[in-house]
Design a protein around this ligand. Structure first.
Ligand SMILES: [Zn+2]
Length: 215
């Protein structure tokens, strides 16, 4: 029974100097897990026993601050600076419940604000495209942190593939129609232009040039 006890191992790769702590009762299995965690092949990583981390086995991970105290380094999840004990006041370093590490609360705040902005931009984009073209059937929205460029796939009556609306860098929405659906789109837009209840004043050919542009 005793030899089945989880023990700590440190798997490391030379290239970028990344390491990971693995808990396993068996060294070879730990090395395999470590290689996977580092995105490397089995024979590209070194795996050594790390008895000083054994006490974290029940917890399943070693908290970043404990790793920092053991001489490891982390990149700040906001500014990317390399945090290590020699150069940082560890009392200021923030580790979150999901094991992210920040230089300090200011860096943590910067990232939180950034996440909010990106998520808000995504919500605005969703509202904007749906309000702008309520006639289209939006089938999928992609966006929210960490995706910086939100997009929306849509179908229209008579289409085979449909199209995609994407937020451009300048904040405008660019619309694209699948190549095989250009004729269907022209037909669809022409039909829409005939509808008496049409409320969006725009030329029916706005999308058929394939150029990016705001509808
Ligand atoms: Zn930072």
């Amino acid at each position: 029974m005793a030899d089945k006890k989880q023990r700590a191992w440190v798997a490391s790769e030379d290239g970028e100097g990344h390491s990971v702590v693995i808990f396993h009762h068996h060294g070879l299995a730990a090395r395999r897990e470590g290689a996977n965690a580092l995105g490397m092949e089995f024979d590209e990583v070194e795996c050594k026993r790390a008895p000083h981390f054994d006490s974290f086995a029940d917890q399943g991970h070693v908290p970043p601050l404990d790793l920092l105290k053991a001489g490891w380094w982390f990149e700040c999840h906001s500014c990317g600076h390399r945090i290590c004990e020699d150069e940082y006041d560890l009392d200021l370093v923030v580790q979150t419940a999901d094991q992210l590490v920040f230089c300090n609360t200011a860096c943590q705040q910067v990232r939180a604000t950034r996440v909010l902005q990106v998520d808000e931009a995504f919500n605005n984009f969703k509202e904007k495209v749906q309000a702008h073209r309520p006639d289209l059937t939006f089938t999928r929205f992609t966006g929210g942190y960490p995706i910086l460029t939100p997009s929306a796939d849509f179908k229209f009556k008579g289409c085979r593939w449909g199209g995609t609306a994407r937020m451009a860098r300048d904040g405008k929405v660019a619309w694209y129609i699948a190549q095989g659906d250009r004729d269907a789109w022209d037909l669809y837009e022409a039909g829409r232009a005939m509808e008496p209840l049409e409320t969006t004043p725009q030329p029916p050919s706005a999308m058929d040039s394939w150029a990016e542009g705001e509808l």
